[in-house]
Ligand binder design. Structure first.
Ligand SMILES: Cc1ncc(COP(=O)(O)O)c(C=O)c1O
Length: 385
């Protein structure tokens, strides 16, 4: 099996597994700090908090552990909207992850406001002029993702969005889920008010993530998962100690290894694209020439239905649309927002490389995908669909 679906999820790095296995004895509740076992578990959680904070150059107190980016986005975005009833509206880009879109529309329903959608251009980049036009004093939050999970297209410079939001008294929310571990996040996240990330996208265990916001912003948020008051009252519920330890190690590895991973993976991605373009006609890169993540390719194979291509090459794990949506047979909202037709979206495949990807895998995948596309095109030419 050649796994090329790292944007959907990554395998747990063996170094992360080792750290988590070593945490078996830390079973006490980290909130039970009256006894030594509880204190040991709490210390492990705090150590992980420092590691996650350092990935984004923030103090440890800014990190709120959650069950993933979806929950973090709900706590952050919804919590900020509910906190500011005089600003009932929210601005989001059209191509945000469904977790962000869902939190924004729930927020608008509860505040009686509306979701203002920012257009993207044909290459998936955000129309920053439109973004600025949509922000006014009735907007509580401006959500612009750092990198798109389906196309890899990078968001505008965070500073540009922060400035536009702050000039109007709004908060800047950014989904960093796909950027962390693939690019340097430290240099460009300085003024973002609320960031979210996910453990299973950076070789950590599933069911973990974080919201990162200053204590000042945390205090402003209306708690939507209050529970027993853990995580500064923003995410109640007993800590997933092992998962948090795993996320901490994954974050540290991302801090140390992203720069090298990125160089290697960029070269592999270029090789894969060159190979496909050499072997297959009528292929379009959906992000065109936009600046993209080093690992992601979203390709339109004209006349070859993506689900059929994937069925013909079960040896290559890719994605038609994002994994979170694949149970729903609707075309990708991201590709539609970029102006693709329903048919073009259905003929598009996302290929995403990762830390374990090898050159041999890439070369084999090129041949297999090229054969599969040719086969699907032959069949559809014969059957007419
Ligand atoms: C950009 C982006 N945001 C949020 C999420 C949700 O992350 P999680 O699975 O941790 O809830 C994903 C996962 O697909 C994603 O790619």
């Amino acid at each position: 099996m050649i796994y090329l679906d790292y944007n959907a999820s990554t395998p747990v790095d063996p170094r992360v597994t080792a750290a988590m296995d070593g945490a078996d004895e830390l079973f006490a509740n980290p909130a039970s700090v009256q006894h030594l076992p509880g204190q040991a578990a709490a210390e492990a959680v705090e150590h992980a908090r420092h590691r996650v904070a350092s990935l984004v150059s923030r103090p440890a107190r800014d990190v709120v552990f959650t069950s993933g980016a979806s929950e973090a986005a709900t706590i952050g975005l919804l919590g900020a909207m509910l906190a500011d009833p005089l600003r009932p509206n929210v601005v989001v880009t059209d191509t945000e992850h469904k977790a962000v879109l869902a939190a924004a529309s729930l927020g608008a329903r509860l505040t009686g406001g509306s979701v203002r959608s920012v257009r993207v251009r044909g290459d998936g980049t955000v129309d920053v002029d439109h973004l600025r036009d949509l922000i006014d004093s009735s907007v509580s939050v401006v959500a612009v993702m750092a990198a798109n999970n389906e196309t890899g297209v990078l968001g505008p410079k965070a500073e540009v969005v922060s400035t536009a939001a702050h000039e109007n008294g709004a908060l800047h929310f950014s989904d960093l889920t796909q950027l962390v571990g693939k690019a340097d996040v430290k240099s460009d996240c300085g003024d973002i008010d609320i960031m979210v990330l996910s453990s299973h996208k950076i070789y950590g265990p599933k069911g973990g993530g974080a919201l990162i916001a200053s204590r000042h912003v945390q205090k402003v948020l209306t708690p939507v998962v209050g529970g027993g008051g853990q995580e500064h009252g923003l995410r109640g519920g007993t800590h997933n100690t092992q998962g948090i330890i795993g996320l901490g190690v994954a974050a540290e590895l991302a801090s140390e290894e992203t720069a090298n991973d990125r160089i290697r993976i960029t070269a592999l991605k270029d090789r894969l694209l060159t190979g496909i373009l050499e072997q297959v006609d009528d292929v379009t890169v959906n992000s065109k020439t936009a600046e993209c993540l080093s690992n992601t390719l979203n390709l339109h194979f004209a006349g070859a239905d993506a689900e059929s291509v994937m069925a013909v090459v079960p040896e290559v794990a890719m994605s038609a649309g994002s994994a979170c949506q694949s149970a729903v047979p609707t075309p990708s909202h991201v590709l539609i927002a970029m102006g693709l037709s329903h048919q073009e979206a259905a003929e598009s495949v996302r290929i995403s490389l990762g830390r374990p990807t090898t050159q041999a895998e890439v070369d084999e995948a090129v041949d297999l995908i090229a054969d599969a596309v040719a086969k699907v095109r032959r069949i559809s030419a014969r059957t007419g669909h």
